[in-house]
Design a protein around this ligand. Structure first.
Ligand SMILES: [Zn+2]
Length: 481
């Protein structure tokens, strides 16, 4: 049994290391003898995606239209301001008129869905807080593409409709919000338009949320409502400031990169759960990090024309967006944002100071770039909605056998997935220092496995695989006695 470290130029290769630990695919719990080195069991392979993508997904991404995105952002800027405290009754200017317009757009899209998409205005009254001087109605606009087989399984994509200037309480000055977050709203509308004529086993939600600049209030309410309803949100994306490929600050444009922010230790866990994650080195294996790894595998450059720069951080310094609301409810969530911001163009009054144009103007927005970021979202949503759900109740057992103080065997079990088209499950592995899964072991259509690979040395996860070779996001096991 090879137990050598795998790193270093002269050390054993990873493949040697892993092939020394045998696994068989069978319907029974698995415990086998070590196989000879270099005799990899059949099916042992890379953890990475095969690179074959649904032609329908590719076709949908090709239909993303920068001109529609441009028209949406232009229209949004014409409401003058979309500040949360601006008029809700003026038909021309303010958040009320903007909300009505977005609702009309969503309804027109839903009309093409053969009844599969419904549109809702979700309104609530936000009580007084530091950025809300009087109780204020806040309205999210939500288009839901209902799932055919597992409608309780949800994927959510948002942009925020509200805008602001330098003074966060100034609701009268022009706040065009072209990039923050007209870009995200345009992305969501374009995704809704193109997905409306497709169907998936799970439910996809396209939402423009509001009250973001005053304290992510709209998305907080939406996430609370979904949690109260027992909705199983398995992935959420906030598109916030996805409009500029060029920072106009002397740095080169970076039109083929989008940042994806992913928190580590989950927001909503107890101190005991944090202690457990620390004890097993699970800091990089929270739900959102697994979502990021999955998106990277289903939305590669050869499909979207974009590189995803994963950033292991909840959000940028000093900032937050609507993904934080969903993380707070225990849901995997991420934020997409442009590669390098120009803060002259965010949260600023529109004015020229010392010859420098300030303000969130449409002039600084790149519609082709937004189209490509929309493509990343499309590939991610299509991949999630077309693949098996993330396995649940995945556990790794730590109780030592008999009179021994530990064991080098690794036993995991999980709850069977509900899908009927599964071929089985894969154990995925990586060195503890690797950023992404590197190896996959098919283990058959079983709900437990015992491997002769020490859990002390690597990270393990479980994912489900269907007949089309779609793989679910990875579930990181919880350690139990
Ligand atoms: Zn924003």
């Amino acid at each position: 049994m090879d137990t050598h470290p795998v790193s270093g130029p002269n050390g054993p290769s990873r493949r040697t290391f892993l092939s020394a630990a045998a696994v068989t695919a069978a319907a029974a719990p698995i415990l086998t003898q070590a196989a000879p080195a270099h005799a990899a069991p059949a099916g042992l392979g890379s953890a990475q995606n095969t690179g074959k993508f649904d032609p329908a997904s590719r076709a949908l991404i090709k239909q993303i239209d920068p001109k529609r995105i441009q028209a949406t952002i232009l229209r949004l800027t014409q409401f003058g301001t979309r500040h949360t405290l601006s008029s809700q009754t003026d038909s021309v200017r303010g958040i009320g008129a903007a909300t009505a317009w977005v609702t009309q757009q969503m309804q027109a899209i839903a009309a093409t869905s053969n009844g599969n998409m419904t549109v809702q205005q979700q309104t609530f009254v936000q009580p007084v807080s530091s950025r809300i001087p009087v109780p204020t109605a806040i309205t999210n606009v939500i288009a839901t593409l209902h799932g055919t087989a597992f409608p309780e399984r949800f994927y959510v994509v948002t942009g925020h409709l509200d805008s602001r200037v330098t003074d966060v309480l100034d609701f009268t000055s022009d706040a065009p919000g072209a990039d923050d977050d007209g870009s995200g709203v345009a992305c969501v509308l374009e995704l809704a338009r193109l997905f409306a004529t497709h169907q998936f086993p799970g439910t996809i939600v396209f939402a423009t949320v509001a009250g973001e600049e005053q304290g992510i209030f709209g998305s907080t309410f939406m996430a609370q409502q979904m949690a109260s309803a027992g909705n199983d949100v398995q992935g959420m994306f906030s598109n916030d400031i996805i409009g500029a490929s060029h920072s106009f600050d002397g740095n080169k444009p970076n039109p083929f990169t989008v940042r994806m922010f992913l928190e580590g230790v989950p927001t909503n866990v107890t101190s005991n759960q944090i202690a457990l994650l620390q004890s097993v080195g699970g800091e990089n294996d929270g739900l959102s990090r697994q979502l990021g790894r999955f998106v990277k595998s289903v939305a590669p450059f050869n499909l979207t024309g974009m590189n995803i720069r994963l950033i292991w951080r909840r959000d940028r310094y000093l900032r937050a967006s609507d993904h934080v609301s969903f993380q707070g409810r225990g849901y995997p969530a991420a934020r997409f944002s442009e590669p390098r911001e120009n803060f002259n163009h965010e949260h600023q009054n529109t004015q020229v100071v010392n010859g420098v144009q300030l303000g969130d103007l449409i002039d600084f927005v790149d519609f082709d770039y937004i189209a490509r970021v929309t493509g990343v979202n499309a590939a991610a949503l299509w991949g999630l909605a077309s693949s098996p759900s993330t396995p649940k109740n995945v556990q790794i057992h730590t109780a030592p056998p008999g009179t021994f103080s530990g064991t080098n065997l690794t036993t995991m079990d999980w709850k069977a997935n509900p899908e009927t088209n599964l071929t089985g499950y894969e154990v995925v592995m990586r060195e503890t220092t690797d950023s992404d899964w590197t190896e996959a072991l098919p283990v058959g259509n079983v709900t437990s496995v015992t491997l002769d690979i020490s859990k002390d040395n690597v990270q393990f996860g479980i994912r489900a695989v269907d007949h089309n070779r779609n793989r679910s996001p990875v579930a990181f096991p919880q350690a139990v006695a």
